[in-house]
Design a protein around this ligand. Structure first.
Ligand code: G1P
Length: 292
């Protein structure tokens, strides 16, 4: 199988959990310290060799498009002020040869529907695509979550999805896999179910927002009916895929934050501040000072 060259980032969601912040600002543009969530995901994809990022977006999210465009005016005023080092911040070198494509999802019909809209941009040269849900942020000390999937994809020649262990009472928020462990941190999927009742969940292994799926996923997406919440679920298409191809699960080693929730967002901000030597000591000192 050829290396993954395209990544799909669904960013059309309404972000109701973050109102009023998301009234005029897409939730994917909310920053963790100084970088919007969506940029963390885009960079994670580019770092595995992806050359085209396909955003599934909506009309109210123009600022995402603006964010990934060059801003000549800002660049020249930064140059005039001698702030050349800031130029790489507003348009990192790694973005130079990347194609950013935008597909409009006019109606919210679920993650499965969002991903299916990218089908026309996936062609004969693509064996598989990466999917990154920007709400999920991963802080890794070594390999990124998507890099781990990419390595396993090349090793197993199969679709690979990221999973993590989740407390029983939280399982109903996620896709949960039914699987057999085949080596350390690697599982072969027998089944998968979206947002199960914790009592009926097949395991405590939940899908987190990184996937590398073979092109067959688009056929499966065309086969599914509306599922949980009346939406077309990516999980149901993966279930269909398991019947035709091998699907592998990769247990993620680093820290994962659900930045779609207030708790996850605040935790990610603190963890990011502590992972940066420039801010670590000040933030630790501040946390100490307010602890009691
Ligand atoms: C989506 C997927 C779910 C997955 C989760 C990871 O759910 O449908 O299978 O476990 O992302 O964040 P959502 O968060 O959109 O409800």
């Amino acid at each position: 199988m050829r290396p993954v060259r395209k990544a799909i980032l669904p960013v059309a969601g309404l972000g109701t959990r973050f109102l009023p912040a998301t009234k005029a600002t897409p939730k994917e543009m909310l920053p963790i310290i100084d970088k919007p969530l969506v940029q963390y995901a885009a960079e994670e994809a580019i770092d595995i060799g992806v050359t085209e990022i396909i955003f599934i977006t909506s009309h109210s999210k123009r600022s995402i498009e603006d964010h990934f465009k060059k801003n000549e005016q800002l660049e020249s005023s930064l140059k005039e002020k001698g702030k050349d080092s800031s130029i790489d911040l507003i348009h990192p070198k790694k973005f130079e040869d990347i194609k950013f494509s935008y597909i409009n999802q006019s109606k919210q019909k679920g993650l499965g529907h969002a991903i299916s809209l990218a089908e026309d941009l996936i062609n004969e040269e693509d064996d598989a695509v990466a999917i990154l849900l920007p709400d999920d942020l991963f802080i890794s000390s070594s390999k990124s979550c998507l890099q781990t999937l990419s390595d396993l994809y090349e090793e197993t020649n199969s679709s690979v999805i990221a999973i993590n262990k989740v407390a029983k009472e939280e399982l109903s928020s996620y896709g949960v896999i039914d699987a057999r462990m085949i080596s350390e941190r690697v599982y072969e999927l027998n089944g998968i179910v979206e947002k199960p009742n914790p009592e009926e969940a097949p395991s405590d292994l939940a899908v987190c927002g990184r996937y590398i799926l073979t092109k067959s996923i688009f056929k499966s997406l065309n086969n599914i009916k509306r599922g949980v919440g009346g939406e077309y679920q990516l999980t149901d298409a993966i279930k269909d895929l398991i019947d035709i191809e091998k699907v592998t699960g990769s247990l993620y080693e680093g820290k994962k934050f659900d930045c779609g929730s207030k708790k996850g967002f605040v935790e990610a901000t603190i963890a990011m501040a502590l992972s940066n030597p420039d801010t670590k000591e000040d933030v630790l000192g501040f946390i100490d000072s307010i602890k009691n």
